[in-house]
Ligand binder design. Sequence first.
Ligand code: URA
Length: 211
Amino acid sequence: MPTPNITNIQHPLIQHKLTLMRDSNTPSAEFRQLLREISHLMAYEVCRDLETEMVQINTPLEAMASPKLKGKKLCLVSILRAGNGLLEGMLELVPLARVGHIGLYRDPETLNPVQYYLKLPDQIDMRLTIVVDPMLATGHSAIAAVQRLKENGASHIKFVCLLAAPEGIDAFASAHPDVPIYTAAIDRELNDHGYIMPGLGDAGDRIYGTK
Ligand code: URA
């Protein structure tokens, strides 16, 4: 099995906010706000190696060469629906990014992920594509989503989650060893229902107040 290419972002602010998110007493509005704040901090780390190029500008005082992001605008892809919680915050930090969405459900008989929605920006082959989903649990949807993106031409892909289970990390790294994973925590294990333990519960339900 390939060694997972994983960055566990251990920033104290992220860890503090994540503790508040895990707490079952935290209401949806606060949960969403915390997720937004963590997304900003994670985007900062995930975008650390973006290429820049020098451009000529004029400050009010003189001309200077200054760095700007190089190449095509990057693409953020949300795995519906919980991915939208991470997407919103990341988009605030990278407002010029293009956005894609992918919807998958699990076939109750085969248990395979089935795609019900896919909308991607053009020229995805020329963009860094950052896939977001708060929970890397079994890894099935993340693996399937990245597979669809590759089939549509994406070749430079990163995957960002909030919590990852060891089982999901191993499965994802086996399926897509070329795609680095960024997470804010690696939890103990999956339970029999595929929930991350200790986790934070159902991310979609906690974001949107459903149950
Ligand atoms: N999806 C969730 O929302 N929570 C988990 O713990 C696992 C998958």
